[in-house]
Design a protein around this ligand. Structure first.
Ligand code: CMC
Length: 434
């Protein structure tokens, strides 16, 4: 009769072990029972970059990378993108259910009333150089926020956790918009509590002398869709950083500064910025084949293509492509769109990309929309971070109350020198420092 166990024979010793299988996984600590000799540490699994290691149980986001499926709390991403708002989706991601009408009104009201930041934050941002990267400003201001809310360190208090989650979701658009205004040398715009989440963000970004900024409804909705699509993506690099840092029981502002730093990298949230630079560098549809050849030769990667989990078209990329069409109706067509479409067409037919299952990911078209909205490329990762805040917080909230979790502390396979004696400085050989 089939049992939910894995039978292992250690050929070093001939010993046999039965390892329980639960939820399609074995517990890595079970391997520690497998020892070559008494006093042996026990077997470890070696998994650089966590290619096949689940680090937590999570009920937030489901992805089937082969089928191109993404769901938040069970709801398909396309339904949420079509019918929900970012704030409603954030509530769903954090608390597990869609809010009732009354809950949604209260939630939106609370978020709206936490959008202001301490005036000292303005001074902090003003201290950055005129050409500071807005993501560097954003990351720093998140860490700085922790100093305004020392009670946030009480991570075992559910009320504190909830309050800080609301504050963070509410304040990130303010920090993001101010980082942008700084880069443009423009005065910072304070939040307008009568506007929607995205409407207020666009106002803080683009308001000039007018008494009230009225965003184009198509662009406001497009931003809602982009925010919904970027809200969570299970155990990606930054979510994993958020959980890992949070496992030390630090406050969520500090943990989120670390998560945002992880997002900044060009292989993660910085990819949309890299896509736009790439499209601008290609410049013309005629140059696409030559560029693709250089990618295949290994000169560089095609940014916005490929994904650790999706081995199919990223479902978010499909929705973003449609959103881009709606945006371009208002803003006019981005000339780089033709380069992107040609690049996608050639890559999807090419054996190199087909055999490696490399498809456009979420970042391939999002940058074109951000550019059409008038944003400089340096703002793109910041635009990713605003909605991802709800995902980071949901992952963090799940982690801090999970009784199975402890402080994150991977093992290593030590490959360094054996014990040796200290040598006097005159007896040493020069080291090639890489
Ligand atoms: N262009 C060309 N070749 C690629 C690309 C690409 N974008 N991505 C992967 N490959 C090749 C890679 O060279 C390797 O080929 P080979 O087997 O011949 O060595 C093969 O495909 C597998 O690549 P990998 O590096 O093992 O794949 P990974 O799962 O570690 O990397 C990735 C995933 C997203 C880092 C990678 O696809 C990449 O660098 N893409 C470009 C950056 C990008 O668009 N990032 C945004 C990701 S989506 C948003 C987010 O989650 O932040």
């Amino acid at each position: 009769m089939a049992t939910d166990t894995l039978s292992v024979t250690d050929n070093r010793t001939g010993a046999e072990y039965e390892i329980p299988i639960a939820d399609g996984a074995i517990h890595a600590t079970e391997l520690r029972k497998i020892k070559a000799a008494d006093g042996d540490f026990g077997l470890m699994s070696y998994d650089p970059a966590f290619l096949n290691t689940a680090s937590c149980r999570s009920a937030v986001t489901f992805i089937d990378g082969d089928a191109g499926i993404l769901r938040y709390r069970g709801y398909p991403i396309d339904q949420l993108a079509e019918r929900s708002t970012y704030l409603e989706t954030a509530f769903l991601i954090l608390f597990g259910e869609l809010p009732t009408k009354a809950e949604l009104v209260e939630w939106a009201d609370e978020i709206t009333h936490h959008t202001f930041v301490h005036q000292n934050m303005k001074q902090l941002m003003e201290a950055f150089r005129y050409d500071a990267h807005p993501m560097g400003m954003f990351i720093s201001s998140l860490a700085a926020l922790s100093t305004f809310y020392p009670e946030a360190a009480e991570v075992d208090d559910p009320e504190v956790r909830l309050l800080e989650a609301k504050r963070l979701i509410a304040k990130v658009p303010t920090l993001a918009a101010w980082a942008y205004r700084h880069s443009r040398g423009l005065p910072y715009v304070y939040p307008d509590n009568d506007l929607s989440f995205t409407g207020n963000f666009l106002s803080m970004m683009f308001r000039m002398a007018e008494p009230r900024y009225a965003a184009d409804p198509t662009l406001e909705r497009a931003l809602e869709v982009l925010f919904i699509l970027h809200a969570d993506h299970e155990q990606n690099c930054s979510a994993s950083a958020m959980r890992s840092i949070g496992s030390s029981r630090v406050d969520p502002y500090s943990a989120m500064a670390g998560a945002a730093a992880a997002l900044y990298g060009p292989l993660h949230g910085g990819a949309n910025e890299a896509v736009l630079r790439m499209l601008a560098e290609i410049g013309d549809v005629k140059r696409v084949p030559e560029y693709v050849e250089r990618v295949k030769a290994g000169d560089f990667r095609l940014m916005g293509f490929g994904h650790r989990v999706y081995k199919n078209y990223d479902p978010r990329a499909k929705i973003i492509k449609e959103t881009a069409d709606a945006v371009f109706e208002v803003t006019g067509r981005n000339p780089l769109l033709d380069v992107a479409l040609e690049l996608e067409k050639i890559a999807l037919e090419d054996e190199y990309f087909v055999s490696r299952k490399l498809y456009p990911n979420v970042d391939f078209y999002s940058g074109l929309i951000y550019e059409a909205l008038g944003l400089p490329t340096a703002m793109f990762p910041v635009m990713f971070a605003i909605p991802r805040t709800s995902g980071w917080l949901a992952q963090w909230l799940e982690g801090v109350v999970d009784p199975e979790q402890k402080i994150a502390r991977p093992r290593q396979v030590y490959v360094g020198a054996d014990e040796r004696n200290y040598t006097a400085v005159d007896d040493r050989r020069a080291v090639a420092v890489a």
